[in-house]
Write a protein that binds this ligand. Structure first.
Ligand code: GLN
Length: 440
């Protein structure tokens, strides 16, 4: 597959021909189920779009039954920016319902296969975007990352996935899951393409009140020769599989050989991350998803009165995982439990942020696993708790609002990709991309 950098040099005729071939290739792989459908807007370079990002005139459903029939009435800011830069939204990719999940199995459209082996999950929630790029069915894609949903599927599918600093990329037109954690980011074939796509979609947006007033760009300043101090986490990686530990050692050796200084640091026990994340994310999700009542959006099941309509619409429209999280979120926000859970989670979130600030006083980047192992097989994560616990390496980055990039390092004995992530301080995407070049 040609890279984004190469595709940006094609003329209109070449692009049209390329898109026709691409559409045929996508249609030849229905079993993969990476795409929900393939539409195209504009004449630019085709980029696959996760089904929770609004493209004017397209169906947009966040992988849910409750949004069937809903048509986006405007473009998300990232889409406006893409079109201005000569890119064109090309196809909607599959995802876990409302981005809640780690395997893409909770989608209303059925599961997506891992392009490396159909018995394995592609990861989630941006599993469709990752599988599309990993299978050579997209030059690049957009994903969203609330607790790892760009980086983890990228690692499972052997591609590059980057979560920007919170506030770098506008969330206007992104279906909200947990508003204080969500970020849109690039999923690409290599680090340079990720930097190019990041530059295109990032920047200040008055329509998102949490948008940072910064517009600096990285891709024309990429420097693979910078020498950095990179922290490794000997205790943190103890919970990872042998495949991940081996990849971690490979990455350390590569970074040392590239002239970086390796230092050892520690993070607090990840059980605090999991608790703080699943309280914060479900509380925000319960609030955000209250708007899906069958009156304003999508699918309605008409009841005997207004309340009955709400109940029937939501009972019918949401899947089990989404319902579980709405219940959990409303529970932790309810009077009597608010102080015990929600407030405590916010305090823990500050502690998580502080520990990173301390490490970044004398360190440029942190090398970390992104998932405890390779992609699980379908059905391997038996219950929701197993799935939540498998997020132990991804979610503290979102709680602290940091930028991070996952990329492939090695292959497991079973031939599956093993990825790791680099984490940088807030707004230091330049260092993140520069350092990542050493690991390609
Ligand atoms: N697996 C995590 C969750 O289910 C992260 C999902 C995400 O980043 N959207 O909440």
């Amino acid at each position: 597959m040609i890279t984004l950098k190469e595709a940006l040099k094609l003329n209109k005729d070449e692009l049209n021909k390329f898109k026709e071939e691409l559409k045929a290739k996508i249609e030849a792989r229905p079993e993969l189920n990476a795409y929900i459908d393939v539409n195209n807007i504009g004449e630019g370079v085709p980029i696959a779009i996760k089904d929770n990002i609004q493209v004017n005139g397209w169906s947009v459903t966040s992988g849910s039954n409750i949004l069937q029939g809903y048509i986006a009435p405007y473009n998300a800011t990232v889409i406006e920016k893409m079109v201005d830069a000569g890119l064109s939204p090309f196809g909607r990719t599959n995802m876990d319902e409302f981005a809640m999940g780690s395997t893409t199995e909770s989608s209303f459209y059925g599961k997506t296969q891992n392009p490396h082996n159909s018995e394995y999950v592609p990861g989630g929630s941006s599993g469709g975007s990752a599988a599309a790029v990993g299978a050579g069915l997209a030059i690049a894609a957009l994903g969203s990352d609330t607790g790892g949903s760009i980086r983890q599927p990228a690692a499972f599918c052997g591609i590059v996935g980057m979560k920007p600093t919170y506030g770098r990329v506008s969330r206007y037109g992104l279906g909200a899951y947990a508003s204080s954690l969500d970020q849109i980011g690039p999923m690409t074939q290599n680090v340079e393409d990720a930097a190019i796509l990041y530059d295109i979609i990032s920047g200040h947006d008055a329509k998102d009140s949490t948008s940072a007033d910064m517009n600096d760009k990285v891709s024309d300043k990429l420097d693979a020769n910078r020498k950095m101090t990179i922290a490794v986490l000997p205790k943190h990686i103890e919970n990872a599989s042998e495949d991940v530990k081996k990849a971690y050692q490979v990455a350390i050796d590569v970074l040392k050989a590239a002239g970086h200084t390796i230092v050892e640091r520690e993070l607090m026990d990840a059980k605090f991350d999991i608790s703080a994340y699943y309280i914060t994310a479900t509380a925000e999700a319960a609030t955000n998803l209250a708007r899906y009542d069958g009156i304003r959006y999508g699918n309605r099941v008409t009841g005997t009165n207004l309340e009955d309509t709400f109940i029937k619409t939501r009972s019918n429209g949401f899947g089990d995982e989404v319902k579980r999280r709405i219940l959990l979120g409303n529970f932790v926000l309810s009077s009597g439990y608010y102080e015990a859970y929600y407030v405590k989670a916010q305090k823990t979130r500050h502690m998580i942020k502080d520990q990173y600030n301390k490490i970044f006083e004398d360190v440029d980047l942190i090398l970390s696993p992104i998932a405890p192992g390779i992609a699980p097989k379908f059905g391997e994560l038996k219950n929701p708790m197993d799935m939540y616990l498998s997020d132990l390496y991804s979610i503290s980055v979102n709680l602290a609002g940091l930028p991070a990039l996952a990329l492939p390092i090695s292959k497991s004995d079973a031939g599956m990709p093993v990825g790791l992530q680099l984490i940088a301080k807030p707004y230091d995407e330049q260092t993140l991309f520069d350092g990542s070049l050493s690991l390609e």
